[in-house]
Write a protein that binds this ligand. Structure first.
Ligand code: URA
Length: 242
C-alpha cells in the first residue's frame, strides 16, 4: 500500500497522489491503493526517493497520566505522544499499562508480533519495578514463587520477586521491589500485592520479553527499536514456538 511511505499520513499521500507528485519506477501513480514491492521498485515523491516500509516498532517510555489506547474521549493516549510521521503507520500499544503506570511500552502496527508477545500460551516475562507499602521479605518471595490467589480466586502463575531496597516514607516502611510475571491479568501487579496485604505506591515496567527500557529514554519519549532489539524480540518468540 502506498499509504505507508513514512513521510506523510495516508490522507496526505492520497492527496499527493492526486496531485501527481508520486512516481513508482518513474511512472506517475494515479491510485493510492496500488500494490508496490518496495524491494523492487523505486518510489519517489516530488522526484525524491522515499523509504517505504510497512511496519514500525517503537519503544515508548510511558509517563503516568496517559492511557494505553489508540483513542480516548477523555484522556491523552500514548499515540498522542507520537508525531504524525509515526502515526501514519497506525501503531497501537502491545498490551496495556494502567494510566498511573510508567515505563516500557512497545508500539507497533505489526499485529503478528503483538499477538505473539501477548499470547497467554507464550508466557512472555514482564518485569516491573515498584514501590510498595510495608515490609516485604522472604515469605512474600516464596508466596509469589508459588503463585498468589487474586481477589477473584485466580491463582497466578509463579512470579519472581526481589527486594531491591527498604526505606521509610512518612514514617511508614516501604520497599522497592522487582517482580517478573509471565501473564498479564488486569491490574495484575497491584492485585498481587493486595493479595499479600501490601499496596503498590508506584509502578514501572522495565522489560518485556527480550526488550528492556532504554535508560537513556526520558519519560514521554520514544525511539525506534534497533535492528538487534527487533531481531531478538522476533527470534526468541519464534524459538519458543518450536
Ligand atoms: N500490573 C498492574 O497492576 N498495572 C499495570 O499497569 C501493569 C501490570
Amino acid at each position: 500500500m502506498l499509504g505507508h511511505i513514512g513521510v506523510a499520513s495516508r490522507a496526505e499521500i492520497k492527496k499527493m497522489v492526486k496531485q501527481g507528485r508520486v512516481t513508482v519506477d518513474g511512472l506517475k501513480v494515479k491510485d493510492s491503493g496500488l500494490q508496490v514491492n518496495p524491494d523492487q521498485s523505486r518510489i519517489e515523491v516530488d522526484g525524491e526517493a522515499v523509504l517505504y516500509r510497512e511496519y514500525v516498532y517503537l519503544m515508548l517510555h510511558k509517563p503516568a497520566g496517559v492511557v494505553s489506547a489508540t483513542e480516548d474521549n477523555r484522556d491523552k493516549t500514548v499515540i498522542d505522544l507520537l508525531p504524525d510521521e509515526y502515526r501514519t503507520f497506525s501503531p497501537f500499544p502491545v498490551g496495556r499499562l494502567d494510566k498511573d503506570t510508567e515505563g516500557l511500552l512497545l508500539l507497533t502496527n505489526d499485529g503478528a508480533l503483538s499477538h505473539e508477545l501477548l499470547s497467554p500460551r507464550k508466557h512472555v516475562p514482564k518485569t516491573y519495578e515498584a514501590d510498595v507499602a510495608g515490609e516485604i521479605g522472604d515469605s512474600h518471595r516464596q508466596r509469589f514463587a508459588a503463585g498468589v490467589e487474586l481477589d477473584d480466586g485466580y491463582l497466578t502463575k509463579p512470579a519472581e520477586l526481589h527486594v531491591l531496597e527498604h526505606y521509610e516514607k512518612d514514617g511508614q516502611s516501604c520497599c522497592r521491589i522487582s517482580l517478573t510475571i509471565v501473564e498479564g491479568k488486569f491490574h495484575q501487579v497491584k492485585r498481587m500485592f493486595e493479595a499479600v496485604g501490601s499496596k503498590v505506591l508506584y509502578l514501572k515496567r522495565v522489560s518485556m520479553g527480550t526488550l528492556t527500557l532504554d535508560p537513556e529514554l526520558p519519560k514521554g519519549a520514544f525511539r525506534e527499536l534497533t535492528e538487534e532489539e527487533l531481531y531478538r524480540l522476533q527470534h526468541i518468540h519464534q524459538k519458543e514456538n518450536q
